[in-house]
Design a protein around this ligand. Structure first.
Ligand SMILES: [Fe+2]
Length: 386
């Protein structure tokens, strides 16, 4: 049998425990910067805990609570200007995907004389080093705590793209389930759909392998068996812990394979319409992407069906496809995310630009998907979810 090499995340994952565990991880660092979101974390009880831990370290520290949702190049530059003279030795990102992605970009920028992060996105600059980071996710969707991606929006170019660099693998991912208890129903729903989309896209990706598949399959099972409990009872720690773990597994899966067609179309949508959340954008597209892609790799979609708990053996392929679509439809409707693009003010005339953007800057994600549509075919899909 031929051998194969699978390499993935270099992040050390610490699962369980309490936020105060960061004390041990930060020992030996003299200057620490914690990065958080603008609103949410500052008023949560965990803010005080983090403050106390940082104070007890005995070194210097700063907390930068300036990260906006869907971080932009400008927002990252703004945080950099606050931090550059402080010269932190380590960054702690406490928040959702936007906070963690910003923390990674700052780690790269601070270690490389303020390198332009968009140059890194476009591959015109490829720094090999970044400051060490510790990620403490407070949502369960992105998986950013364990991978080499930082998704950044460029408002001038109207593009939302991932900076990919092995330099930005977090040093530690501290998975504390209680840190996700603050999520409201909407955030619980949208982040779960994000995690589910990572797992499904990775499972059907042309780049998948047995390791990434096992991450994806476990993530799908955990999400589907825990999302309804977490959605209905946000204080249920068992389901919160399972969703957090699923999100991390999804993050590991896409670290190996990359994302696929759904993200390739979603990024251009939310780059132009940032008031649509990432998870909501994915929810709008999800079942149509499955419908259009299924026949291009039936065997991989049977693995998806299996992870969904759908009977595959003895069933007609079309029955399997429609059962997956019905299941996705049910979950999305239950979570209140069964919307269309026009519900969010997208105009029909916008669709061709979204399709064009997907081809221009998300080509790698389209190419690794079972179905790699042309611009016109992407526009057709967009019309179907309009
Ligand atoms: Fe995502």
């Amino acid at each position: 049998m031929a051998s194969s090499v699978v390499s993935f995340s270099k992040t050390q994952i610490i699962k369980g425990g309490d936020i105060t565990s960061i004390f041990d991880l930060l020992k030996g660092y003299g200057r620490v910067a914690a990065i958080t979101g603008k609103n949410h974390f500052k008023v949560s009880p965990n803010y005080e805990k983090v403050y106390d831990v940082l104070s007890s370290l005995g070194g210097q520290f700063v907390i930068v609570s300036e990260v906006e949702p869907n971080p932009t190049v400008d927002n990252i530059n703004f945080c950099y200007d606050i931090l550059k003279d402080f010269k932190p030795e380590v960054l702690v990102g406490i928040g959702g995907g936007s906070v963690m992605d910003t923390t990674k970009a700052l780690a790269l920028k601070l270690a490389n004389d303020g390198v332009d992060v968009w140059d890194c996105v476009e591959g015109n600059a490829n720094p090999e080093n970044a400051l060490p980071t510790i990620m403490v996710p407070t949502t369960s969707g992105t998986g950013s705590e364990v991978n080499r991606y930082s998704v950044i929006t460029n408002k001038t170019k109207i593009q939302k793209r991932a900076l990919r660099s092995p330099a930005i693998y977090p040093k530690y991912a501290l998975l504390v389930p209680s840190m996700t208890l603050d999520m409201n129903k909407y955030l619980t729903a949208t982040t779960a759909i994000d995690a589910l989309s990572h797992a499904v896209e990775s499972l059907v990706s042309k780049n998948s392998n047995p390791i990434s598949e096992s991450f994806s399959e476990k993530a799908i099972k955990l999400i589907l068996s825990n999302i309804f409990v977490a959605y209905n009872n946000g204080n249920d720690l068992v389901s919160r812990e399972s969703l957090q773990f699923a999100s991390t597994l999804g993050g590991l899966a896409i670290d190996i394979t990359g994302v696929g067609l759904m993200h390739a179309i979603e990024h251009p949508i939310t780059a132009r319409f940032p008031h649509i959340s990432h998870g909501q954008g994915l929810a709008i597209l999800f079942k149509k992407i499955v419908e259009h892609s299924f026949m291009f790799n039936v065997e991989k979609y049977k693995k998806v069906a299996d992870a969904f708990g759908i009977k595959v053996r003895g069933n007609n392929d079309m029955v399997v496809m429609h059962t997956i679509i019905d299941a996705i439809d049910y979950v999305i409707a239950y979570l209140g995310l069964n919307k269309t693009l026009s519900d969010f003010g997208v105009e029909k005339s916008d669709l061709k630009y979204i399709a064009e953007d997907a081809i221009i800057y998300m080509g790698h994600s389209i190419a690794s998907s079972p179905y790699s549509p042309s611009k016109d075919s992407i526009e057709k899909i967009l019309k179907e979810v309009f």
